[in-house]
Design a protein around this ligand. Structure first.
Ligand code: GTP
Ligand code: MG
Length: 546
């Protein structure tokens, strides 16, 4: 079972150097990080333990201004590696990071007292004593990233802690896939890539995930774990997902990718509160959940609170959250991720006992029951999404939960395929009709190759209306060119069982880049599958249809 380790500790205490000494990788990759000599954003590196498992390391920044990034990194981890400068001892962010680790319910970790080379015996002894007091459950280890002293002991301690976590992992059953996005970037020839830690479930090539809160379904073209392609990644692993058809600016840190129909975004969370500082009824603060940080207002009752969020999050019962207002003021455990609006003690108590109040749909005697207020909220949420839908195709994906059929029958929307529309709504090109003509002309002129289309929304609309097919990186081909490419591949594979990029390029008569993009689209569409340097047909596609 894969285990993810996150660093923690005050600015300049030596986290990044220690990660580099352990893994050989410098996680301060941003130019600004290199210039200023501090970490700003999260860094990632694999750590191979001698005859042990491979761990994923997440390096976090110590600067107080970037605690938000630290929390985003820490929410996905299983183990902490608290780093303390032997000469300085514990400082403000040592304490704050440790508080966050506790609020997130992380039980296992290792404390490294580093820069041991720079202090005398006595100072080192004092620092180790202080560390013991701070984190009684972990034996602190004196290390130096400069000389390498103590690194083997540290690897050993990490290995033992990872073992404890892995045993706990085993007790957790398989759940629906859930990833909180921490980075989005685009790669030439691949398109948009999103990374994050897989909290639960598995994810593999060809899976469909729902991006929340946008509600869009996305198809996973390929999965990598630490720069290596895998067929399927499992819970606990850091994953990089290639998502064809998603533009880079359509997905952000904080968004969730979940198995469709498993978890819904919610503007409210009922939590059992843990206060580090008093949190008053009505207080405004930031809720950190997954990789998101969302402004919220708190409605308290006793040791509970309802968090009313300015933007929706996707949470599950039992998730931990951190509350910050300049500094970390508390945290909590989610009791109900989709509660009705309320703030009374009796209902919080019920939620804590896990008693189902009928609010969100519940199957009772073969029938879906839900409250009127839940239905009204769902309708309002769908209306909100429809308001933001693309005017070119003003629909949103319909809910796919088991209750969808019963519930949608009671809402005033029109279902067309997998989408929901306002009754009679139709896409309108309007002022963009001329742009559409130009786009189609450039795609036709590029045949048999691809043309670059700057307006992604327009390209999506034209694809939905069957006039072109989008490839990665904003390139597109005419529908005819795509069909021809598909037939070529089917025919060649029928004759010789496989097709290489070079052969396909010659047959199609286009350039290498366009050939590559076309083949990747055929992979994403489930026609072909990569095997080494060549492509073969996926089984269901092997009977030519055209
Ligand atoms: N002598 C000595 N100096 C070290 C050691 N490790 C780190 N340093 C020094 O401490 C400085 C800061 O180390 P970093 O690893 O960048 O600190 P950090 O904790 O990652 O800092 P932030 O990410 O900005 O919070 C380095 O530039 C080194 O000069 C060590 O083992 N021995
Ligand atoms: Mg650093």
């Amino acid at each position: 079972m894969p285990v993810t380790v996150g660093t923690a500790g005050h600015i300049d205490h030596g986290k990044t150097w220690l990660v580099r000494a352990l893994t050989g990788k410098d996680t301060d990759r941003l130019p600004e990080e290199q210039r200023r000599g501090i970490s700003i954003d999260l860094g990632y590196a694999p750590l191979d333990l001698p005859d042990g498992p491979r761990l994923s390391l997440i390096d976090v920044p110590g600067h107080e201004r970037f605690v938000r990034n630290m929390v985003a990194g820490a929410t996905g981890i299983d183990l902490f590696l608290l780093v303390i400068d032997a000469g300085e001892g514990a400082r403000p962010q040592t304490h704050e990071h440790l508080a966050i680790i506790r609020l997130l319910g992380l039980e296992h970790g290792v404390v490294a007292v580093t820069k041991a080379d720079a202090v005398d015996e006595e100072t080192l002894g004092l620092a180790l004593d202080e560390a013991r007091e701070l984190v009684p459950e972990a034996e602190p280890i004196a290390v130096s990233a400069k000389t390498g002293a103590g690194l083997d002991d540290l690897r050993g301690a990490l290995g033992r802690a990872a073992e404890l976590v892995a045993q706990k992992h085993k007790l957790v059953g398989v759940e629906a896939a859930r990833i909180y996005v921490d980075r989005v970037f685009s790669l030439r020839g691949i398109g948009t890539v999103a990374t994050g830690t897989l909290w639960s479930g598995t994810v593999g090539e060809g899976d469909v995930l729902r991006a929340e809160p946008s509600g869009r379904d996305v198809r996973v073209r390929s999965v990598q774990v630490h720069d290596r392609a895998v067929e399927r990644a499992e819970a606990g692993q850091r994953v990089a997902l290639a998502l064809p058809g998603v533009e880079r600016d359509e997905l952000h840190r904080g968004d969730a990718l979940v198995a469709p129909g498993s978890l819904r975004p919610s503007y409210r969370l009922d939590v059992a509160l843990e206060e580090l500082e008093p949190i008053a009824n009505g207080a405004r603060l930031h809720v950190h959940h997954g990789t998101a940080a969302v402004p919220a207002r708190v409605a308290t009752a006793g040791a509970f609170a309802q968090l009313r969020l300015a933007a929706p999050v996707v949470a599950a019962r039992g998730d931990r959250i951190v509350l910050r207002r300049g500094t970390t003021v508390g945290g909590g455990t989610v009791l109900d991720p989709t509660p009705a609006r309320h703030a009374d003690l009796a209902r919080f108590e019920q939620a804590r006992r896990g008693e189902a109040r009928v609010h969100a749909p519940l199957l009772v005697d073969g029938e879906w029951r839900f409250s009127d207020s839940w239905l009204a909220e769902l309708e309002a949420e769908l209306e909100r999404r429809l308001d933001h839908a693309d005017p070119l195709d003003p629909g949103v994906p319909a809910p796919t939960e088991p209750w969808a059929r019963d519930v949608l029958a009671r809402l005033p929307f029109e279902r067309r395929g997998s989408m929901l529309y306002r009754p009679g709504a139709a896409g309108a090109l309007g002022a963009r009709a001329a742009d559409a003509e130009l786009a189609l002309e450039s795609v036709a002129a590029a045949e048999p190759g691809a043309a670059k289309l700057e307006d992604a929304e327009l390209a999506r609309f034209l694809e939905r209306s069957g006039r072109l097919v989008r490839l990665g990186d904003g390139w597109a081909v005419s529908s005819a060119a795509y069909e021809r490419a598909r037939s070529l591949v089917l025919e060649e594979c029928a004759a010789t069982r496989q097709i290489t990029l070079a052969r396909f390029r010659d047959l199609a008569g286009c350039g290498r880049r366009d050939a590559q993009l076309l083949l990747e689209r055929l992979d994403a569409d489930g026609v072909t599958r990569r095997v080494g340097d060549a492509r073969v047909l996926r089984r269901q596609a092997s009977a030519p249809t055209s």
